[in-house]
Design a protein around this ligand. Structure first.
Ligand SMILES: Cc1ncc(COP(=O)(O)O)c(C=O)c1O
Length: 360
């Protein structure tokens, strides 16, 4: 059997969720979109069911997968509905929806659901992706509030640069958010923080927080924060050495021959490649662990294999365990060496079988 696998620690996901909720001080929506950032949405939601205040997904297909798996907690469609025809399904499956465009307000005015839907009304405070413009927000809020078909409402926004601790932008986004909230009835529940907002910007902690990446035990903050120290990595991506070769100095390794050995080199071939989601152009030196000890990539990553330097690891032969990221090697560090992000590495995994522990 091919030795590549992703070992998922569901206890770590639960631990990280509890940490996020405690830090937020209110309710926390566990973001499990994109198959829980590669960790398996159904498994993670089941591990958190009965505990999480709700789940965040990208679209109705992801929400229905959770409902079909028996997840009963609230589920919020973070991108709202893409067409009015989805409203019937949203109603039938008791989903919550983001409202981020004027046409969605109109669609809700026309739809008249039999039982009220919860709506999170999204203000664009500077991310400039989804969200109502400040000039549209109050009118949209009041029109929705006037509908019998709308139940709970939450005012929300989303940060563009909360992982940059010295950046003024997050404070400016919060100012714009507070200005819009001031026009709404006192006590209106609000939600601003993603993981970085929650970890690093106490002002962003409102009635609801929306942690995603941190649930999986990592972050992208550009400076240390004690709040991130408690996170436990939820995935170990591992494989094994499947072949070893000894090369003289001056020998090229792999496609393109761009990497040439600078010394006599013992090379380990590992069953992991870009078809698994590993970064195709991860440069030489991108870290990996062999038998728990640090080494680095040599040569270009291929579709199903990559090569690592075993010169200083003479004990490591065929069958030696290789950790590509995990508790011993932060995925954020691998991502940064490989010119990628932990979001991309985790959610981009393909083909690699997942094995679960914990979560009972
Ligand atoms: C609206 C919204 N809230 C929360 C999150 C979670 O973000 P993060 O994974 O950075 O915590 C996302 C993810 O992109 C999102 O789109």
């Amino acid at each position: 059997m091919r030795p590549a696998r992703a070992l998922i620690d569901l206890d770590a996901v639960v631990h990280n969720y509890r940490h996020a909720r405690r830090l937020g001080g209110g309710r926390a929506l566990a973001v499990v979109k994109a198959d829980a950032y590669g960790h398996g949405a159904v498994a993670c939601a089941r591990a958190l069911d009965g505990e999480a205040d709700g789940f965040g997904v990208a679209c109705i297909e992801e929400a229905l997968e959770l409902r079909e798996a028996g997840v009963c907690a609230p589920i919020l469609l973070l991108e709202g509905f893409f067409e009015a025809a989805e409203l019937a399904l949203i109603e039938r499956h008791d989903l919550w929806t983001v409202v981020a465009s004027p046409w969605q307000v109109e669609a809700l005015e026309r739809h008249r659901p039999a039982k009220p839907l919860d709506a999170w009304v999204k203000l664009d405070t500077g991310m400039h992706r989804l969200g109502l413009a400040p000039a549209e927000f109050e009118d949209a809020w009041r029109r929705l509030r006037a509908l019998d078909g709308i139940g709970g409402m939450v005012a929300m926004t989303h940060f563009a640069r909360a992982d940059e601790l010295g950046q003024a932008r997050t404070g400016e986004q919060l100012d714009a958010f507070d200005q819009a909230l001031a026009a709404l009835p006192a006590g209106t529940p609000a939600s601003a923080a993603n993981s970085a907002g929650l970890l690093a910007w106490p002002r962003a902690r409102r009635e609801w927080v929306r942690p995603g990446l941190m649930l999986y035990g990592t972050h992208m903050l550009d400076a240390p924060r004690a709040e991130a120290d408690a996170l436990r990595p939820a995935m170990r991506l591992e494989s094994a050495v499947i072949a070893v070769r000894e090369l003289a100095a001056g020998e090229p390794i792999g496609y393109g021959g761009g990497f040439v050995t600078g010394r006599p080199t013992r090379v380990g071939v590992v069953a992991m490649g870009y078809a698994d989601g590993y970064v195709q152009y991860a440069p030489a030196g991108t870290p990996a662990l062999v038998d728990g000890r640090r080494t680095g990539l040599v040569g270009r990553v291929s579709m199903d294999m990559l090569t690592i330097d075993l010169t200083d690891h003479p004990q490591a032969g065929v069958g030696a365990k290789v950790e590509l990221w995990g508790p011993g090697l932060p995925v954020a560090e691998v991502a940064s060496s490989a010119g990628s992000s932990p979001y991309r590495l985790l959610s981009g995994l393909k083909r690699v079988p997942r094995e679960y522990s914990g979560g009972a």
